[in-house]
Design a protein around this ligand. Sequence first.
Ligand code: SAM
Length: 322
Amino acid sequence: MLQDNHGRQFYYLRLSITEACNFRCQYCLPDGYQGPSADSFLSKSEIQTVLSAFAGLGTSKVRITGGEPSLRRDFTDIISVTANTPGIKRVAMTTHGGRLAQKAREWKAAGLDQVNVSIDSLDPRQFAAITGQDKLKEVLAGIDNAAEAGLDVKVNTVMLSQFDEKRLTRFLGWIKDKPVTLRFIELMQTGEHEGFFNHQHQSGQPVKEWLLSQGWAPLIRRKDAGPAQEFYHPDYQGKIGLILPYSKDFCQSCNRLRVAANGNLHLCLFSEQGLTLQPYLRENDIQGLQQYLQKVLVSKEATHHLHEGQTGATKHLAMLGG
Ligand code: SAM
């Protein structure tokens, strides 16, 4: 098992397979993707090496992310490789959802269990203003297809300053009869967007208090649950999750490690430049990689330093996938 010096165990890997994305979310890639080309990212065989090493050390859940993972031509194969790695029991992805309507069945058949789709507004004009893509209708159709295909569906919503009671009520109305978990995420500061963050960040705490006042109740958390707080309401089929990275003790339940599309290991979303795994990946040296992972994990810090405005090397989350 991968364990750090603070008693946290890491059975969950977030694997980014590309930094590229064709959406232009205001808080992520507002000017569009301008980074390295596709050949700089992990190949399928390097991905297999990463997966085998982590799975051999107890990783049972993998989230494939990016950039936009579905932009890779070999994406369906990558799902299959992940699902077929001994020890991996759950395969999830995070996506903008633009390709979900056509691909949900294919991805499910390849071994995908769960999809997290990013939707920051249910108002088509606001959605287009935030993402730079007028595609809310397609994304919503994708969610319906994904649920029909048997995928577990979660929706990620970043809370921006205009996230008021009206928007919240609209989201809640949408999950009344939909078995979808909505995850409201507090905007995190990243290196490139300090000004945007200062304008747009709002604490999720008032949202939590409002939900409790409306009869939403906290779900009992499993011991190995990650940092999201979850809520249910007897009148709603959907559930709510809150991700409040600025809340006290957020990092105590950290259960994940990250590998970026360039093959760097990140012990925290907001830490160092990344520790290169390339020498092991080039040689398909699974054992060497496992020893390296165990060695460096002891230097994982107890908490991020976002409260002090320290965003580490993370310029934007497309670099790492969130
Ligand atoms: N392209 C995919 C997508 O759109 O979901 C995956 C990559 S995206 C970077 C992963 C998640 O990070 C999305 O749900 C996005 O909303 C969230 N995200 C990006 N920047 C963020 C920030 N500064 N604070 C909080 N969440 C952020």
